[in-house]
Design a protein around this ligand. Structure first.
Ligand SMILES: [Zn+2]
Length: 98
């Protein structure tokens, strides 16, 4: 996780999602509507089983298969949205090395 931290500014670099491929573990959020007034966000964790351009097919351990856009998933071990909210996102222009 620390290799996502920028040495220059101490903030966290954006994860490089362009390298995500079949067999990679990823996290993503799914919004479910539990009633007409309530929506719920749950974080799913799964394994990429198919890549079709920017659409990833992700098999979740228990709970089936999801199709997600590449830009809406984060690689396992990468900082989540909460980390960026707390510590800030690196703006030096460097990409995280994996
Ligand atoms: Zn930085």
């Amino acid at each position: 996780m620390s290799n996502y931290q920028c040495e220059a500014c101490g903030k966290y670099k954006a994860a490089d999602v362009s390298k995500i491929g079949v067999g990679d573990k990823v996290n993503f959020g799914v919004v479910t509507k539990s009633s007409s007034l309530t929506i719920r966000l749950s974080i799913k964790e799964g394994e990429v089983t198919e890549v079709d351009g920017d659409i990833l097919t992700i098999k979740v351990k228990r709970g089936g298969t999801y199709k997600q856009r590449r830009g809406s998933v984060t690689p396992e071990g990468a900082p989540g949205a909460l980390t960026y909210a707390l510590f800030g996102r690196c703006d030096c222009g460097e990409e995280a090395k994996s």
